[in-house]
Design a protein around this ligand. Structure first.
Ligand code: C2O
Length: 546
């Protein structure tokens, strides 16, 4: 295995999209940011140097960080942010993982411009469980805001109002021809006939789950969040913020005399305001004559309706882990701790002079088990490691909702959430079963929940109230999908299992950025085991201070 070095210089850069120029925070002046490539087993050393006025912190989304929690990156969870003029070396080894991951800023809303792909290839001489593709292409979805996203979020936090919607979705940073003043900013995938392309799809959008399709082509899904699945074909897929999918695209055997749009647009279950526009890129077959290309007919894919929950449910139920002898699905068969979390929006008292935009003069808040998470002003992992939790966090995250909850009954009359910093403590190697129930108290919305430090198995999913007497008998403990981000369906629930074998403090949150800002998150504190290789090592010397 090798050690691979990267240097991330965080600096401002003028970028123009939709005829609107703004100065954005970038890595090395690039937008989207640079690609990280490594092999399973490699060590990555990424030096991040902060040259901007904002505090910075970078997360390596989906990388398990086995006993390297100091490198995980969420600000105030595993580290204090890197302040202006300072630097930090993220140092970690890729253990037991290969696939598509990504990195993004994990502080405030800076990930709107600070993100890029991480590609982990299998170990040398280890083939993919499918024929080697002709080419591999990362496709990263994002959102472009003409306005300053930091201003948008501070307004959303003060008034508890919805955020301004973005002005465009993007493919590899480009909005494409369906937006005004954007035709020249179109992602083009040039392909040869009769070949197989591996598309590494990443949803880095801030606030929207996306449908994706390529006109007149099928996609073969082969992996989700860096774990192989039983391959299946589809015309369209759904990808939530935080998820990745590897898909195979077989091009047509002969030059098709046409070009094809690839498009993405949101899946929306809530009411509220959202951007329902469509980003398009172009699949272009290489031709000897440029002239010929210009006059080709252009085909557009048909995407599901914006609120097509049936499509989403059908698609996610087709995802099964490959569970082959080489790639076992190590689903925990026994459970030490059964937990039930409600996730959803709520309200908190309006503390501003400005009008708050929630019901009855409150402001919108979001919570898990009615606890709206408040980030501390120092880092949780540090406080835990040095035994200084007092005044920073409480180890008593509730096992079940604090407010009475019944989805199919009357909505609870108390939507008020409790603001606090509470952690759920797990002894090393606890096998956890967690049911997450969407409360749909203030609007039906599905929530992509992301867990740091672990993959989990999605053993069950349903609509309405989870029934602890009936539903577990239908759990899939044989070949459930293994991933790090799962959509808790709007008006429904999802059940996951994971083994807490990675000591540290691990964030879990909705990957819709505005919900994270409103407090839809919590953290797990996984204690050290007894053996030396079951303990979190001390922090690196250059760990930033608050
Ligand atoms: Cu992709 Cu906590 O994040």
């Amino acid at each position: 295995a090798a050690t691979r070095h990267y240097k991330f210089e965080i600096k401002m850069q003028n970028v123009t999209r939709l005829c609107h120029t703004k100065s954005i925070v970038t890595v090395n002046g690039q937008f989207p940011g640079p690609r990280i490539v490594a092999r399973e087993g490699d060590r990555l050393e990424i030096e991040v140097v902060n040259h901007v006025h904002n505090n910075i912190s970078i997360h390596w989304h989906g990388i398990r960080q086995v006993r390297s929690g100091w490198a995980d990156g969420p600000a105030y969870v595993t580290q204090c942010p890197i302040q202006t003029g300072q630097k930090y070396l993220y140092n970690f080894t890729i253990i037991g993982q290969r696939g598509t991951f990504w990195w993004h800023a994990h502080i405030s809303w800076l990930r709107s411009t600070l993100y890029g792909p991480i590609i982990i290839l299998p170990k040398k001489n280890t083939p993919y469980p499918f024929a080697k593709p002709y080419k591999e292409v990362p496709i990263i979805f994002g959102e472009w805001f003409n306005a300053d996203t930091e201003a948008i979020i501070s307004q959303a936090l003060q008034t508890g109002g919805g955020p301004n919607v973005s002005d465009a979705y993007t493919i590899n940073g480009l909005p494409g021809p369906l937006y005004n003043c954007s035709t020249k900013d179109t992602f083009k995938l040039k392909v040869k006939p009769g070949k197989t392309y591996l598309l590494r799809l990443i949803n880095a959008a801030l606030n929207d789950e996306l449908f994706f399709s390529i006109a007149n082509h099928t996609l073969q899904i082969i992996d989700a969040d860096g774990v192989y699945v039983k391959p299946f074909e589809t015309n369209t897929l759904i990808i939530t913020p935080g998820q990745t999918h590897n898909v195979l695209l077989k091009t047509k055997p002969h030059f098709p005399n046409a070009t094809f749009y690839m498009t993405a647009r949101p899946y929306v279950t809530g009411l509220g305001t959202f951007d329902n526009s469509t980003v398009a890129g172009i699949l272009e077959y290489e031709s000897k004559t440029e002239l010929h290309l210009k006059n080709l007919p252009l085909f557009k894919p048909l995407l599901p309706a914006l609120n097509d929950t049936n499509f989403v449910t059908n698609f996610t139920s087709r995802l099964r882990s490959l569970a082959s002898p080489q790639f076992l699905a190590n689903v925990p068969q026994n459970v030490d701790k059964r937990l039930f979390f409600t996730v959803g929006l709520g309200t908190s008292p309006c503390d501003q002079i400005k009008t708050c935009q929630g019901p009855n003069g409150t402001k919108f808040s979001a919570s898990i088990n009615n606890v709206s998470f408040i980030l501390p002003t120092t880092a949780l992992l540090q406080s835990h490691f040095f035994g200084q939790s007092k005044g920073v966090y409480k180890p008593d995250f509730p096992y079940s909702p604090l407010n009475w909850f019944n989805y199919t009954g009357n909505p609870p009359n108390n939507t008020l959430v409790h603001n606090d910093t509470k952690l759920m403590v797990l002894p090393f190697n606890t096998s956890v079963e967690l049911v997450m129930q969407d409360t749909s108290i203030l609007g039906l919305e599905s929530h992509p929940l992301h867990l740091h430090g672990f993959n989990f198995f999605v053993v069950g999913q349903g609509f309405g109230n989870f029934d602890p007497n009936k539903d577990p008998s239908n759990f899939n403990l044989v070949d459930p999908i293994e991933r790090n981000t799962v959509g808790v369906p709007s008006g429904g629930w999802v059940a996951i299992r994971f083994l807490a074998d990675n000591p540290g403090v691990w964030f879990m949150h909705c990957h819709l950025e505005v919900h994270t800002s409103w407090g839809l998150e919590m953290a797990w504190l996984v204690q050290n085991g007894k053996l030396p290789n079951q303990k979190l090592p001390p922090p690196p010397m250059d760990l930033p201070k608050c």
